[in-house]
Design a protein around this ligand. Structure first.
Ligand code: UD1
Length: 420
């Protein structure tokens, strides 16, 4: 059992380097098995979800090795197993990308239902609808938690997504890349990692246009070749450090990022009283630690990301006045609020709206991370609190944050990891 121990109330100052994007790499590693050749993936974050996918690819018969710090080599030339039904697959949500990748390349896949964070029901009906539209036959065995997909041929078609879904957009794009003819995905999601995955596929020989807009057009190709690719920086990791700097006070340079990806958060932090300075690949957050209340609504990109919602709630807990945070993406993403209340946060939840009454002081608490981003919210609350905070279930945080305690310590935080 590992815990994070934090002694709060230290201002944060200095630079923090942001790692490669988790939600991009978890799509790009499965996409790499679509190539008949070697793929090299750079700027790989050292996080649990990557290790889990690496393990999964090896079990499928691919060669998947770290060949340097932050560089992964994937060679799936000899991959012959299309059944990803083992336990490692169930540990993460993004294992669903193996469906699109295996179906595209081999026209056959058997994949265990995905796990990941629990924010209420997380359906994959739109993914399956897209595969069916492309010509796949699908067996959904919910008793054993396995989805089997098979197609004689995949034929390009028009796909309209009923809901804007990141996962369904990427999965449809993966399968359509190796389909015959043209596929159009309408009402597509526009998140940065969709553009990143499309860029990687195009480097491998795919013909994808429009990623980053709500209409993506894919002209199918017969096969893909290997490529070398650099993952974009992690928007959510960057946002987590920006919020931490805003709440704790100080002057933090969040480096190796794409500032445009942070626009919705930068606007909110300015509204709350921080100075935000942008450079080509960095943002400076300058804060006195005294924040004003605001209203936030989570939306698909370029709106405010749901994956920064818990961290923002922790930030607003000390902002002067009453803030409202509306969660529009997930039906049940406030389960962690009970843990935040242990710090003295005054928050009430009514359906999809959290009302946050800002308080002057938070107090260190003994809490459990309930999921990945909720864990990050507890780290922020601990940094902003008087006294000692102990956070359990660190494995959730490790799924998406590389060396979190080292990065925060370098900024002046008093934080360490302890084993019990
Ligand atoms: C991805 C991110 C996750 C983030 C979410 C929203 C990855 C690996 N995970 O998750 O961190 O919180 O985007 O930005 O990138 N929906 C359906 N049917 C489907 C699929 C989705 O109804 O088949 C609904 C969901 O219930 C949800 C909404 O669509 O309300 C958005 O979900 P989606 O964008 O698909 O999220 P994920 O791809 O699972």
């Amino acid at each position: 059992m590992e815990h994070l121990l934090i002694k709060g109330k230290k201002a944060l100052n200095g630079e923090v380097m942001i790692s490669g994007a988790k939600n991009a790499v978890v799509a790009i590693i499965p996409a790499a098995i679509m190539a008949n050749g070697v793929c090299i993936i750079d700027n790989l974050p050292s996080i649990e979800d990557v290790r889990c996918l690496q393990d999964t690819l090896i079990k499928l018969g691919a060669v998947c090795e770290l060949i340097g710090e932050g560089t992964l080599m994937v060679d799936s030339s000899n991959l012959t197993n299309f059944n990803a039904t083992f336990d490692s697959v169930r540990r993460i949500r993004a294992s669903y990308y193996l469906m699109g990748a295996l179906l595209g390349r081999f026209k056959e896949a058997k994949v265990a239902l995905p796990g990941g964070c629990n924010f209420g029901t997380r359906p994959i009906d739109l993914h399956l609808k897209a595969f069916r539209a492309l010509g796949a036959e699908i067996e959904e065995d919910y008793e054993n938690g396995i989805i089997s997909l098979k197609a004689e041929r995949l034929i390009g078609t028009d796909i309209f997504l009923d809901t804007v879904s990141v996962g369904a957009t990427i999965n449809a794009m993966l399968a359509a890349t190796l389909a015959e003819g043209v596929t159009t995905i309408e009402n597509a999601a526009k998140e940065p990692h969709i553009v990143d995955t499309a860029n990687f596929l195009n480097m491998m020989g795919a013909k994808i246009k429009g990623a980053g807009t709500d209409v993506i057009r894919i002209t199918g190709v017969e096969k893909l070749h290997g490529a070398e690719y650099m993952i974009i920086p992690d928007q959510i990791e960057a946002g987590t450090y920006m919020i931490a700097a805003a709440v704790c006070g100080g002057n933090v340079c969040v480096k190796n990022i794409i500032p445009k990806h942070m626009d919705s958060l930068s606007a909110k932090l300015r509204e709350m009283g921080c100075v935000i300075e942008e450079g080509d690949d960095y943002i400076n957050v300058i804060s006195t630690g005294k924040l004003r209340a605001t209203r936030v609504k989570t939306m698909a990109y370029p709106g405010f990301p749901t994956d920064l919602q818990p961290q923002m709630v922790a930030g607003l807990a000390k902002a002067e006045g009453i803030s409202l945070l509306t969660e529009t993406v997930w039906e049940n993403r406030f389960q962690y609020i009970d843990q935040l209340k242990k710090f003295g946060c005054e928050i009430s939840v009514d359906g999809r709206v959290a009302t946050i009454h800002g308080v002057n002081q938070l107090f260190g608490a003994d809490v459990m991370a309930t999921d990945l981003r909720a864990g990050a919210a507890m780290v922020i609350a601990g940094l902003a609190s008087n006294g000692i905070t102990k956070i359990g279930n660190v494995r959730f945080i490790d799924r998406g944050y590389e060396k979190i305690e080292y990065k925060l310590k370098a900024l002046g935080a008093d934080i360490c990891r302890v084993k019990e």
